[in-house]
Design a binder for this molecule. Structure first.
Ligand code: EPU
Length: 310
């Protein structure tokens, strides 16, 4: 496959999608990353056009570290209707007698925090355990984001997936999903989902959200991609990093957070190289002591920038 030009003018969209060359740092929660051509895609039709050339899909930019040189592929960002939620219960799929609610389509670009606020106000349960995750719906589904109070697959009915081969719809039962893993291949775009929720009350949902939120109280407030490593064998990676005495370690303007060992924070002008340096430091220190693998929770763009961390 031919790679898009790494610099110069953005390639135009036939179907009128807005295309701009921009620094990706502003689209990531850690605030690092070089430039790329961003396609702000609003419909399934224009999404089909966007995937005709090599692409990457950008969600909420959490759990993502982009190299300082950016990426050569076009970067797709779901916008407009693909970033909005239709929460109207589907009359054919919902069952008021048992309190089952299956919603209309929720765009993959919908920010998760705002969606959870709406679900709380409606008293609709199943996803409140994911409170505090800063991402968008698509990315959160792709990695089955969650906390120990719940995860995205607790509240999914249908997942619509776009690839260069076309659009298909699957249910969670079609996938071999698990801890922080949806089984959906990298590069497959979660364009929309239908949520499967349970009627509860706004008070009960709020109470469970507050419990999940309380578990995050001690987490750092600075710019961060989120937790760096998956918990190996169910043991907190943060606890292991803490025990290894690595909290507070700093490279350039990136630091292992003193509050929680599994967070790397940007003190101001951090680069991707600083963040990757800290990941290597942790992996080099912890991995030899573990019986199983120490896996990154982050995505790294391009993958070659951190092949040694996989
Ligand atoms: N701990 C330490 N030192 C540390 C970090 C943790 O002693 O530096 C101890 C804590 O005091 C606690 C235990 O380790 O007793 C577990 O810590 P925590 O409750 O923070 O849970 P975790 O397993 O480290 C997971 C998720 C977080 C999520 C929290 C709270 C993963 C990899 N991490 O962390 O998710 O916020 O539970 O629900 O699953 C993320 O996914 O990006 C993320 C940060």
């Amino acid at each position: 496959m031919q790679l898009a030009a790494a610099s110069g003018q953005p390639s135009p969209s036939r179907l009128g999608t807005r295309v701009e060359r921009l620094p990706l740092a502003r689209y990531t929660t850690v605030g690092v990353g070089g430039e790329a051509e961003i396609w702000f895609v609003e419909t399934l039709e224009t999404l089909a056009e966007a995937v005709e050339q090599p692409y990457r899909i950008l969600g909420g930019g959490s759990n993502l570290v982009i190299d300082d040189s950016g990426v050569p592929e076009r970067v797709i960002r779901l916008s407009g209707p693909l970033a909005k939620a239709d929460l109207t219960p589907d009359p054919e799929l919902s069952d008021p007698a048992s309190g089952l609610i299956v919603t209309g389509w929720v765009g993959g670009g919908t920010p998760l925090p705002g969606l959870l606020r709406k679900l709380q106000a409606l008293g609709w349960s199943n996803l409140e355990g994911t409170v505090g995750i800063p991402g968008q719906v698509g990315g959160s589904v792709w990695m089955n984001a969650g906390t120990r109070f719940g995860e995205m697959f607790d509240g999914l009915h249908t997942i619509e997936i776009v690839t260069p081969q076309g659009v298909r719809q699957v249910t969670p039962d079609d996938l071999n999903w698990g801890y922080r893993n949806s089984d959906i291949p990298r590069g497959h775009i979660i364009s929309r989902v239908r949520l499967k929720l349970q009627q509860s009350s706004p008070e009960a949902v709020r109470e469970r959200m507050e419990q999940a939120d309380a578990a995050r109280k001690g987490q750092p407030k600075m710019k961060t991609p989120g937790c760096a490593f998956k918990n190996p064998g169910g043991v907190s990676a943060g606890l292991l990093i803490d025990r290894a005495g690595l909290k507070g370690e700093q490279i350039g303007q990136a630091r292992i957070a003193p509050e929680h060992g599994n967070f790397i924070v940007n003190l101001g002008g951090a680069t991707a190289a600083d963040v990757l340096g800290l990941l290597r430091l942790v992996k080099g220190r912890l991995a030899p002591e573990l019986s199983g693998p120490l896996e990154l929770e982050y995505e790294i763009w391009p993958e070659e920038a951190a092949a040694d961390l996989r």
